[in-house]
Design a binder for this molecule. Structure first.
Ligand code: SF4
Length: 379
């Protein structure tokens, strides 16, 4: 298949749905977590869940980069703008993530902070070149998808010896988070759902390849199928997972062969390795502190590290006490379980991070699924 329409073909979707229904064992239940927020969005947008038999259930995972950004990190970015007078540059969705004191980067901008939305890390570098008398900080978030561009920009800043540019590095790592979902002390607090397998991320896997999931699949006996973002990608991946479960296999399979290889993008991996090293631990929204799950700048790039440059200390901040993002990101609850969903909390007025980005479970359900929660009553 060469064109996007072919990945949305209704007849093929019906055929795949029939295969899943025929091959799913009626005597058992299947629960698969789609790790990636892009998959959550695709499932909601194209109604994939409604094509599945009742005993095959999809569970949202913590793979939306905006959703897992903890309040304490947004507070640091706001402090850079309001207290240190820096120009803070970041991606659009990050601007609306709720922070402490009813603030967000967008609201801090309204209070006079010089906070700018950029489309790329390179745009932030451009702002630094254009404002040599100001400190410019790039608030860098995201998984392995957005990390290579940050690495390239840091290499460029070093080559130019830019004196006014730094990065507040909040890049996180996918394999560590998938492991943590199954194997963390907080599971006792939040409860857990039995998971039979994972739909592996698409964009992240283009960068890191399929190999990094292999130790996880072997250690936890959980199949992983890497899938693209189109509805037929999802359906095919679910069928592959059902087959693995039926066969008692726990392998890494790749549905997204048109973009993902086993080894990933060597140039991108080398750039990341040159600039970043692992943090011992990092707080994720909803997952708590996850060991070895995020990146920081290597000592050779210390002068571009905003945390060191501005002597920032990290202060964890709890979520709004009625927000269920933590349980949703673990797959324990769904958006409609939250009492704030669709009333107090909407995409225009998000109370938690899952309602901010279109990849967030709450935002996806609000856009495409919320009316399904309302029972149909005959007049
Ligand atoms: S609806 Fe809003 S408050 Fe509730 S879990 Fe989702 S983001 Fe949090």
């Amino acid at each position: 298949m060469k064109y996007v329409d072919e990945f949305r073909d209704g007849d093929t979707a019906r055929h795949l749905a029939e295969r899943i229904a025929a091959e799913a064992d009626p005597a058992r239940r299947y629960a698969f977590m789609e790790f990636c927020g892009g998959h959550t969005h695709a499932i909601a947008r194209y109604g994939v869940a409604s094509l599945l038999p009742a005993n095959v259930r999809m569970i949202h995972g913590p793979g939306c980069p905006v959703c897992v950004l903890p309040i304490g990190r947004v507070d640091q970015a706001i402090a850079l703008a309001l207290q240190h007078g820096a120009i803070v540059c970041t991606y659009g969705d990050t601007m609306r993530v709720p922070a402490s004191g009813g603030l967000s980067l967008l609201k801090a901008k309204a209070r006079g902070g010089d906070i700018r939305m950029v489309y790329s890390a390179a745009d932030a570098l451009k702002v630094a070149r254009q404002n040599p008398a100001r400190e410019v900080v790039f608030f860098a978030i995201g998984f392995e998808t957005t990390t290579p561009p940050t690495a390239l920009v840091l290499r460029q800043a070093a080559a130019e010896d830019l004196a006014n540019f730094s990065v507040l590095c909040c890049h996180v790592l996918t394999p560590a988070a998938i492991t943590h979902v199954l194997n963390s002390p907080e599971v006792a607090q939040w409860g857990t759902v039995p998971l039979d397998g994972f739909v592996g991320p698409a964009h992240v896997s283009i960068v890191i390849g399929s190999a990094p999931y292999e130790p996880f699949a072997a250690a936890y006996r959980k199949p992983v199928v890497i899938a693209g973002f189109e509805p037929l990608d999802m359906m095919q991946a679910i069928l592959m997972l059902v087959r693995q479960v039926n066969d008692g296999r726990a392998e890494v399979e790749n549905e997204f062969v048109r973009a993902v290889g086993r080894e990933g993008n060597a140039a991108a991996i080398a750039a990341m390795a040159e600039v970043f090293e692992h943090r011992e631990s990092f707080e994720w929204r909803g997952l708590g502190t996850v060991p070895d799950s995020a990146l920081r700048l290597r000592p050779a790039y210390a002068r571009f590290d905003a945390e060191q440059r501005f002597s920032l200390t990290y202060q964890p901040v709890p979520d709004h006490k009625r927000c269920e993002c933590g349980a949703i990101l673990r797959g324990v609850k769904t958006p409609s379980d939250c009492s704030l969903f669709g009333t107090v909390c909407t995409p225009d007025n998000p109370m938690g991070s899952c309602m901010v980005s279109s990849e967030g479970a709450c935002a996806a359900h609000y856009a495409y699924g919320r009316f399904k929660d309302i029972p149909v009553v005959a007049a």
